[in-house]
Design a protein around this ligand. Structure first.
Ligand code: MD6
Ligand code: FE
Length: 216
């Protein structure tokens, strides 16, 4: 494996400020990686990953599922949070306690004490999959931050500005990295560049991202 030559864990600082209100906590989730992967396997058995349609009629390349009392969904009628998985007609799987604890601890580390997410969107990327520039603005509460956990293959995260046309900065997000953002950064445009092919020791040819939100 050549990947070790590019392992940046010993040269990059553990925390990096991306912008005011936005911070990258490198490797923060690694100590509980196996528990996280077990929980993802369990919840995706109950609510399988699926590729949803945008209101514009395009099928997303990212496959998604959710856990928690609310899940983010998109279909031809729009984007929204819903307590029911439209594919099964049942509530989304409960949020595993380890997810809640991880998100709360990451938020507290970055100055957002008391973060209690009720929604966790789980995104699955395969090589070539991308997520175009967007703002997360389907939540009614912009005071709470969003906590994002990266697992598996590394991805290039595009961090823009408050306008879609603002130039973007690229960050490499690796297995276990956590990004917390809120405050003045909460509505920044962001996305994921097409995932490069590779093989991750635990996840194989995929990247999984968890984003935790307080939707209400
Ligand atoms: C991803 N993340 O990392 C996509 N949104 O796969 C997001 O779109 C995102 O990481 C809001 C806050 C944090 C995020
Ligand atoms: Fe987003």
């Amino acid at each position: 494996m050549t990947a070790d030559f590019f392992d940046t864990s010993d040269v990059l600082p553990a925390r990096e400020i991306i912008a005011e209100g936005a911070m990258l906590l490198r490797r923060f989730a690694r100590p509980i990686q196996h528990d996280l992967l077990d929980a993802i396997a369990c919840l995706s058995a109950q609510a399988p990953f699926r590729r949803m349609f945008t209101p514009g009629g395009y099928r997303m390349s990212v496959a998604m599922t959710n856990c928690g009392s609310l899940g983010w969904i998109t279909d031809r009628t729009g984007y929204r949070y819903d307590a029911i998985d439209p594919d099964s007609g049942r509530p989304w799987p409960e949020m595993p306690p380890i997810f809640r604890e991880l998100a709360g601890q990451a938020a507290a580390q970055t100055g957002f004490a008391g973060f209690r997410p009720e929604a966790c969107l789980v995104n699955r990327y395969e090589p070539g999959t991308r997520l175009s520039l967007h703002q997360d603005r389907d939540e009614s509460n912009y005071d709470a931050p969003i906590v994002s956990v990266s697992l598996g293959l590394p991805a290039i995260f595009l961090w823009g500005g408050l306008k879609r046309a603002d130039k973007t900065v690229r960050y490499r997000l690796e297995h276990g990295d956590v990004v917390v953002w809120g405050g003045p950064s909460r509505l920044v445009f962001h996305g994921i560049a097409p995932l490069a092919d590779g093989e991750h020791a635990l996840l194989g040819r995929q990247r999984i991202n968890l984003t935790f939100r307080q939707a209400r």
